[in-house]
Design a protein around this ligand. Sequence first.
Ligand SMILES: [Zn+2]
Length: 315
Amino acid sequence: MRSTSGVPLTRLGFDVGGTKILGVATSDGGAAARTLREATPAGADKLVDTLVAMAHELAPATGQVTIGVGMAGFISTAGVVTVSPNLVGVDGATIGADLSAKLGVPVSFDNEVNCAARWELQYGAAQRIRHGVMVAVGTGIGGAFMVDGEVLRGANGLAGEPGHMIVEAGGRVCLCGRQGCWEMYASGSALNRLAVERLGPGVTGPDVTAAVRAGDAGAQAVLNEFSHWLALGISNLCVLTDPDMVVIGGGISEDWDLLAEPVDEHLGDMLIGRTSESRPAVVRSEAGELSAALGAALGGAAGDSAALGKPSQLA
Ligand SMILES: [Zn+2]
């Protein structure tokens, strides 16, 4: 793609998660031309510095760029990180505005799964549906509701955070301060904890999925237990929103081939009011863990480059 002045345009997109930052460079938002991965540092200042360095590494030596950032947590429409339980020292920060000031380029800033859902609507699994739910399972669980082909923002921009709906009253204490949140049972971190509890010290979630691939029955039992919790939250989202489709993103989507069947089995017992014809399809994001970074590169609305501001050269 070229900017209006005819100069080659590169869209940069970042997905800031609790563990890692994924950065992409893309010309149209459909696929990544380059990707970059860094550990998520603690604190807003270090986070902005890391994004500045990544932007310089991803941007071409010459030409104009646009920048979008998606970040885990409750991101208000005013661009404030109101709460981000899986990141350290960022509550109250204005990451998008701070990054924009350092790079001299406008920055679009939103929740990372809202960004991923926009990518799914424009390029991915949700292109042909009107009503969907996106569930991104990583360090925590993020979400987004697709309503009439748009991503639901809510009154303050904070809609679609199912990781903090309570699925076990009085249950595990969550990083948000409440007890029994879904992400304490069905996130990547929760799978790590379950692996230790059931299989012993030092066993991780990736160990479990690797062992399942090798045919280990004990690991399969752990994955089935984890699938129950995943399905429980998905069934709650289906009761609330009656989606055509549930799109699974985040790191866990890389192992969706192992989870699809047990989750579907549990969902069959949990869904209310659905026939086999009206059951929502539960599918993996077509961009896997890159969907949020690619969606961030699209800007504030699917294909709405105005939300990204005027393409500029990095300062
Ligand atoms: Zn919580």
